[in-house]
Design a protein around this ligand. Structure first.
Ligand code: FEO
Ligand code: CA
Ligand code: CA
Length: 725
């Protein structure tokens, strides 16, 4: 996400102990361990990361099994880069694929760099600012040559969108023109497009494929799960509270074993305003006042059926049935999409359902846990805001392999999704100082830290699960969850079940701690202070002002477990930083880890890919955003004991690719044969080089100035082999 749409307010007013404090005590404890800790604690951590505590030689607890040769990265770490081009290792190529504006069908004409964007063209072409994405096979046999791609288009870049006319109209004040608003709404959302590669290994989109479609911030979508049909989501558009229009700020993603796509609503509060009668959740999630980020509500008089009026949630009628006071409550969810397009389970034309039981907040993404027949299906999600939380969903139904995706068959995958995602338990994480943790169930009958029934503490009905979900963040506060340094992407090693999650940065937590100076003036975009009485500060705390972020890892005894063990996998840093706990060098220094993917290569072996969205000058001065790779089984906790990746491991953590100026690198997967690695270049400043072509080299530097286009990039080896090794 660009800095432009980041929200720097701290909205979590709970006094829960911040993660940095837990981490500080955890690190101190490890120091004690090396000095001769008691056997009980050592046994607890055995097999998960501590030197001398593991019972195999890998001692990282994840990935390779002792009798399998570990993977070895097959490329040399590349140097940083600050150019209008992508850089990849020697022996690799990179091509541009489906840049913003690539037509999905033959009805709207071709892209050209002087094209004036219209609602109709944008609705029929690839959206803006690519983010999370995933691939869905058309057959098992062809899965590495062709597939349906589902792609998030996280947000809009108005300067690129409106370049031919010199920028947007009335962005700062006055009414926005209806065509501009409709176009912007259509530039958000999801792109679904069939992709294939030719005999020269060049990938392209299949214009006119029956699978191609867009889901935008205006597309009708049904709600599912406990919030569906509740009074919380009754609007003038949906008097029975079963549907809404659109999904927005779709950031990271996920997928299900039954062949559906998960897209997650992150910074959606910015598209709404509410000037009176605000709910507690409006404040907690940051619904704006007066004017929304793009001013879409100012077109209200030009739309019908609340097309634009819905972006102003200020009560305007006698009851919720007559206005859009509840419209923001229809956002903030994980949305499940059938990429194959079967609509049997829905009353809309959109093969999608908002899965409300996975919580309501600024969802970054949603990642499936280790899948085991006869055990619950698990998903991990995170709330990307400073000092917010990590969540886990555990299905009530146990996994039945008969529900696995059957490529090529048309059937009701969303009905399978309802089986696993509409009944179950949502938990929030508490990370304890001794390296253990606990999942706290978010149910109406849960007991809060101060001994009350959660439903009473929230002021909702005794069995009101919808009320718990609408107020997910407050419920998590009350149970004592651990505030984190902005959870971004997660990923799971499907063999061990180890979960990795990026904590990108948390610069708003000061070394001195913060007094409770919270104000509910949500119209200000500046940091307003936190509700914490103190933030932990002392010389031993390695991350009091965390600009560079880290990757955390945890392991659970089983899918449905309510306990886990955790450690820090790697800290971001500039090589010269005093808090460079992982010992990074010029060749692998990074900051603000964001995208993440555990690339399972079989036999319990895999590569962890890390993508960055960095604003920290210590690294930014050296390189643009990047992709790094590490084989978890080749790194280990060592001297210093702060993180799994330590100063002895620097040859194992390698810089694989660097993006063009101004971009963030995000979204990642590879074809099943691992010969094509797909990443996204979001908000590039002046790239790709040829402003008129949809397919071109990604490594050619732009000459002059172009209208930038966010794009997918496919990285392949010149010899056609598997990437990374
Ligand atoms: Fe859209 Fe948290 O990144
Ligand atoms: Ca992100
Ligand atoms: Ca980010």
């Amino acid at each position: 996400m660009s800095k432009e749409i980041e929200d720097h307010r701290i909205l979590n007013r709970s006094g829960n102990e911040p993660f940095s404090s837990v981490l500080e005590r955890h690190i101190s404890r490890r120091g004690v361990m090396h000095g001769g800790m008691g056997m009980a604690a050592m046994t607890m951590m055995s097999g998960f990361g501590l030197v001398g505590c593991s019972d195999d030689d890998d001692n990282d607890g994840g990935g390779d099994t002792p009798d399998v040769e570990p993977l070895a990265l097959g490329f040399e770490s590349i140097r940083g880069s600050k150019t209008d081009a992508i850089v990849v290792p020697e022996g690799y190529t990179a091509q541009v694929l489906i840049p913003w504006g690539t037509p999905l069908n033959n009805s709207v004409g071709q892209w050209s760099t002087d094209r004036r964007m219209t609602p109709e063209y944008q609705a029929a072409s690839v959206g803006m600012n690519h983010d999370g994405m995933y691939h869905f096979p058309l057959s098992e046999e062809s899965a590495s040559r062709e597939f349906i791609m589902a792609l998030n288009n996280e947000y809009i870049d108005q300067s690129a969108l409106w370049a031919p006319q010199g920028g947007p109209t009335n962005q700062q004040g006055g009414d926005r023109p209806v065509d501009e608003v409709r176009t912007e709404i259509n530039a958000y959302g999801i792109t679904i497009v069939r992709l294939s590669k030719n005999s020269d290994n060049i990938w392209s989109s299949d214009t006119g494929s029956r699978y191609n479609r867009r889901i935008t911030t205006g597309t009708p979508i049904e709600l599912s799960g406990p919030v569906r049909g509740s009074d919380y989501v009754v609007t003038a558009y949906s008097n029975d509270g079963t549907r809404t229009r659109g999904t927005n700020n779709n950031c990271a993603n996920g997928f299900t074993p039954w062949g559906t796509y998960l897209t997650c609503e992150e910074n959606w509060p910015g598209i709404f305003i509410k000037n009176s009668d605000r709910y507690a959740d409006d404040d907690r999630l940051g619904i704006l006042r007066e004017r929304s980020i793009w001013g879409w509500e100012t077109a209200a008089s030009q739309g019908s059926n609340g097309e634009f009026a819905r972006f102003d949630a200020t009560p305007a009628a006698a009851s919720a049935r007559g206005d859009y006071r509840n419209e923001p409550r229809t956002f903030g969810y994980v949305v499940e999409i059938d990429p194959y397009g079967n609509t049997t389970s829905v009353s809309t034309e959109t093969a999608a359902l908002k899965r409300t039981l996975l919580g309501r907040f600024r969802h970054e993404g949603c990642w499936p846990g280790k899948l085991t027949e006869g055990e619950p299906v698990v998903f991990y999600t995170g709330h990307d805001a400073r000092n917010e939380y990590i969540y886990k969903f555990v299905s009530a139904a146990n996994w039945d392999p008969a529900d696995a995706n059957r490529p090529g068959e048309d059937y009701d995958r969303l009905a399978i999704g309802s089986k696993y995602m509409d009944e179950g338990t949502l938990y929030v994480a508490r990370f304890d100082a001794d390296g253990s943790g606990e999942w706290l169930a978010l149910t109406p009958d849960a007991t809060t830290q101060d001994g009350r029934r959660l439903s009473d503490a929230l002021g909702i009905g005794a069995d009101d699960m919808a009320g718990v979900l609408i107020n997910t963040c407050d419920a998590a506060d009350m149970l004592g969850a651990t505030p984190m340094d902005r959870p971004e992407w997660g990923t799971v090693d499907p063999a061990s079940g180890d979960v990795y999650m990026t904590l990108t940065n948390n610069s708003d937590r000061t070394a001195e701690g913060m007094a409770a100076t919270y104000t509910d003036d949500a119209s200000s975009i500046e940091a307003l202070g936190a509700g914490y009485d103190t933030a932990p500060v002392n010389a031993a705390n390695p991350r009091p002002d965390n600009e560079a972020g880290q990757v955390i890892r945890w392991r659970e005894p089983s899918a449905g477990a309510t306990t886990f063990e955790w450690n820090i996998f790697v800290f971001g840093a500039a090589a010269g930083d005093t808090d460079n706990f992982s010992g990074l060098t010029e060749l692998n220094q990074f900051a603000s880890p964001d995208g993440l993917w555990y690339d399972d290569r079989g036999d319990g072996r895999g590569i962890l890919w890390i993508e960055t969205d960095n604003g920290y000058d210590g690294v930014l001065d050296y390189t643009n955003d990047q992709v790094l790779a590490v084989v978890p089984s080749t790194v280990s906790i060592g001297p210093g004991d702060q993180a799994v990746v330590n100063p002895d491991d620097q040859a194992q953590l390698r810089r694989f690719a660097v993006g063009p100026n101004g971009c963030e690198v995000t979204g990642i997967f590879a074809t099943p044969d691992r010969t094509s690695l797909f990443i996204n270049i979001q908000h590039p400043g002046n790239w790709p080089a040829d402003p008129n072509q949809n397919v071109q080299s990604a490594t050619e530097a732009t000459s002059g100035t172009v209208r930038p286009r966010a794009s997918t990039v496919v990285i392949q080896k010149l010899d056609g082999g598997a990437v990374g090794v």
